[in-house]
Design a protein. Structure first.
Length: 350
């Protein structure tokens, strides 16, 4: 966890929802975590991730529930670790996610997740019932961010989300892009997350030793999401993302810069669950989505800026990534959010 990491105060509201009718107890919990209670009345406020992590652990102890009383049954302390111990035994993310959903179902009564695969697309759906509107809203987001974050950790890499729909409504947060991606809808007919089904074939790369480390730092994963900051894949992604496509080095040049042989470079990436080509595709995809969502650049211009020599090749790749053509994707996403935030430029942040 980096010093500058912070969390929207909204997620503090999630953690303390069960104590809203107990002001003295709430004040004590926030004081223990080092969070100023006045921030709860400031929707744009943020708290250090370290304070949020402390609050998570304090609340588990205070409530004796790892789902923070957002479910009528809840998860007694130790449930999360027990579930994770089973997940690291699975061979790939698909089997791990299926097992994870079943395991959460043994504890929770009001939230039921299911996985459906349609060819190249995977959809994680959630049915929620019971509790008041705020409890269901907080519970839905907590459940899904836990599922996705666990997948990211198990696979040793971030998994890009192509679509996130929620039945409930709430104001947008600055954290939403990191958590749910560009294609986010509130007030949808159903609550579900969509991503490329190819990620379900990734191997589970974690073991008992890494699980112990993960459990010690688990709280901040809820809203910061997994990032292997020291991994080779991250180094490759960052370098490619911060340079124009024409300046991207070949695999052999990249390996030489890191004082590795090409074969060692490939093996290191394979151990992290990816390949050089997959990282390049992920960077292209990220650039294309940002340009489609945030700029008025033509499809041809976006294809060129994303490293495609022909728009037709870009169309085929984008449909493979998202299940939609670039034009349809842009029309739908910009139609939901209007023209606000659309510019003639784009960010180079990964």
């Amino acid at each position: 966890m980096r010093e500058k990491d912070s969390v929207a105060v909204y997620f503090v509201q999630v953690m303390i929802h069960a104590l809203l009718d107990q002001p003295e107890r709430l004040a004590s919990v926030l004081a223990q975590a080092g969070i100023d209670q006045a921030l709860l009345a400031q929707p744009e406020a943020r708290v250090p991730a370290s304070a949020f992590a402390a609050l998570w652990l304090i609340q588990i102890r205070e409530l004796q529930d790892e789902f923070f009383r957002l479910d009528s049954h809840g998860m007694p302390p130790g449930s999360f670790a027990l579930i994770c111990r089973g997940l690291i035994q699975e061979p790939n993310l698909g089997k791990a996610l299926t097992q994870c959903l079943a395991s959460f179902g043994l504890f929770l009564r009001d939230f039921r997740g299911s996985l459906t695969v349609h060819g190249k697309r995977a959809v994680l759906s959630l049915e929620a019932g019971g509790g008041d509107e705020d409890t269901r809203r907080y519970g839905e987001e907590t459940f899904l961010v836990l599922m996705i974050s666990l997948l990211c950790w198990l696979g040793g890499r971030r998994l890009p989300i192509d679509r996130a729909d929620f039945r409930h409504t709430r104001p947008p947060l600055s954290d939403d892009l990191l958590l749910w991606g560009h294609n986010l809808t509130f007030g949808a007919k159903s609550t579900e997350i969509e991503f490329a089904s190819s990620y379900l074939r990734l191997a589970v790369v974690q073991d008992l030793a890494s699980l112990k480390v993960f459990l010690r730092s688990a709280p901040q994963w809820l809203v910061i999401r997994f990032r292997n900051q020291d991994g080779l894949a991250t180094q490759v992604y960052q370098r490619l993302r911060c340079n124009h496509y024409s300046q991207w080095p070949a695999l052999e040049d990249f390996a030489a810069d890191l004082h590795m042989s090409p074969s060692t470079f490939r093996r290191r990436l394979e151990r992290e669950g990816c390949s050089f080509q997959e990282i390049k595709d992920e960077v292209r995809r990220s650039m294309a989505v940002e340009l489609l969502c945030q700029t008025r650049a033509s499809i041809g211009e976006i294809a060129e800026q994303s490293g495609f020599q022909e728009p037709s090749a870009f169309h085929r790749a984008f449909k493979k990534w998202t299940g939609e053509s670039p034009g349809r994707y842009r029309s739908r996403v910009q139609g939901k959010h209007g023209a606000a935030g659309i510019s003639t430029g784009t960010s180079t942040e990964p």
